[in-house]
Write a protein that binds this ligand. Structure first.
Ligand code: SF4
Length: 118
């Protein structure tokens, strides 16, 4: 199996090829060691910061922007979105408030990134 990974560690954005050969990863196209680490993780265990919005009740806005405090496993993003879509929180909300604790037992919180007044 072969996968092309675009490295996002720096603005150069190298196209890195990762393929398995004899039970080992062969990685080419990276210009530095940071890209090697990034491509290895992206191939074996891809993660993403989840950013979205949560519905708000009783606030000066109807949605508050949120993000995962740390990157979540990519395969859990749709399940996490399902939980977040069903959530409504009460105003006021402050930046950094934890709106979902330990989502999907990952140990990662969903936190507000905006302010909502009553
Ligand atoms: S491999 Fe290195 S040089 Fe290329 S994008 Fe990644 S960090 Fe930047």
């Amino acid at each position: 199996m072969e996968k092309i990974v675009i490295c996002t560690v720096c603005p150069i954005g190298c196209n890195i090829t990762v393929r398995e050969e004899n039970d080992e990863l062969v990685i080419t196209g990276n210009q530095c060691k940071r890209g090697l680490t990034y491509a290895t993780n992206e191939y074996l265990h891809p993660v993403r910061i989840l950013t979205t919005t949560v519905k708000v009740h009783g606030g000066d806005q109807v949605l508050v922007p949120v993000r995962s405090a740390e990157p979540l496993p990519k395969e859990l993003l749709f399940s996490a979105m399902d939980l977040i879509r069903d959530l409504t929180v009460d105003a006021p909300i402050h930046r950094g408030d934890v709106l979902i604790n330990n989502i999907l037992d990952t140990g990662i919180d969903i936190v507000a990134t905006g302010e909502i007044k009553c």
